[in-house]
Design a protein around this ligand. Structure first.
Ligand SMILES: [Zn+2]
Length: 263
């Protein structure tokens, strides 16, 4: 099945020489079966700086701008940050969803509801097993919003950043930059049923005490709860925008935090 849809393997193939240029290797971290096809998952480490950064994309297969923008970032930008940071990068968490441009992964479920849960799927297990001994200062989890009502882009800030005025100021700076590009920011008081502060959804001060985070089963929340990452920032670009705009914003978002890291 996957052989007729070359998107995932084609993207991995373009990333392999990119990591080689960075003196890194995109390595297989596990595999699972989709029908009768064995599907490998890949990750890479790069850089040798003191701050530990995790970048993940492609948990939701239809949110194509996230892995594609990450690929552009890896090709053109990552080399500028290798002395300040050590990166762990999982470019596509949901290969079959990326191939089919659909949200769900194996088991026909939303993988971002099953991290840390007993009834999870192979993709969840492979990713958590790979990350279990890590400790990240900051996790950038790349997502998009289907946004059928054209409400605009927004940010989730989970963990240490969710109660830090300095982090909020930086988030607003980035959201203001998005507005300056003529792209809408969702400033509604509630987004997806959650309390939002002018485009930022704080995932609770003291995330460990927020039962919703554990219940949600998202990768970002799960890693904060396990003490693997201190902070997660998730930018949700609106899929109402052109792919070109979304790539531009997502790529800029990664560069923004790497140029302004705090704490
Ligand atoms: Zn998503």
């Amino acid at each position: 099945m996957l052989n007729t849809l070359p998107g995932y393997f084609a993207l991995i193939k373009t990333l392999q020489p990119v990591f080689e240029d960075l003196k890194s290797t995109l390595t297989q971290i596990g595999s699972f079966y989709s029908d009768t096809t064995k599907v490998p998952l890949y990750a890479a480490k790069a850089g040798n700086g003191p701050r530990q950064i995790l970048i993940t994309a492609g948990t939701h297969g239809e949110e194509q701008a996230a892995p594609l923008a990450l690929a552009e970032f890896l090709k053109h930008d990552l080399k500028h940050y290798l002395k300040e940071y050590t990166f762990t990068i999982i470019p596509i968490i949901n290969p079959t969803g990326f191939e089919k441009k659909t949200r769900r992964g194996s088991g026909n479920k939303d993988l971002n509801r099953y991290f840390g849960k007993v009834d999870c799927f192979p993709e969840n297990e492979i990713v958590l097993r790979y990350l279990k001994n890590c400790l990240f200062n900051h996790h950038l989890d790349m997502h998009e919003d289907i946004d059928q009502q054209n409400l605009g882009a927004y940010i989730y800030e989970t963990g240490d950043g969710s109660a830090d005025p300095q982090i909020f100021e930086l988030c607003y700076k980035f959201l203001d930059w998005i507005s300056l590009q003529g792209i809408k920011v969702n400033k509604n008081p509630k987004i997806c049923g959650m309390r939002s502060k002018a485009g930022i959804i704080p995932r609770s001060p003291g995330a460990k005490t927020d039962p919703q985070i554990g219940k949600l089963g998202s990768l970002g929340g799960c890693l904060v709860l396990k003490g693997i990452s201190k902070r997660v920032t998730t930018l949700e670009t609106s899929m109402n925008c052109s792919l070109e705009s979304r790539l531009h914003i997502q790529r800029r978002h990664l560069n923004f935090w790497l140029q302004t890291e705090v704490g």
